[in-house]
Design a protein around this ligand. Sequence first.
Ligand SMILES: [Ca+2]
Ligand SMILES: [Ca+2]
Length: 100
Amino acid sequence: MKKNNITIVLAILFTGIFSGCTALVPDSMLNAIHQDMDKNHDGYVDYNEYLKSGSDEDFAEAAKEEGMTVEEYQKWEFNRADADRNGKVTAQELIDLFRK
Ligand SMILES: [Ca+2]
Ligand SMILES: [Ca+2]
């Protein structure tokens, strides 16, 4: 159940990115999403944790919209979030992503 809720929240957020209204999403919500994605609670979301944040259908649909393969899309999106390219996304990097 919880995974589904987060998937819905993420879907809303990603819709927000494209409509340009993500500045309205509070840091507290982004922190909560980051915590939920951080399955081993080490303070970072790594690539494997990111892959578990969405269903296969979600990724397939998003990839199709961007005209990429699912794997291309996943790498592209993770790299967008991982601003300093250290393979780990911090809560701050996630917040920054939504503030761009
Ligand atoms: Ca982690
Ligand atoms: Ca990083």
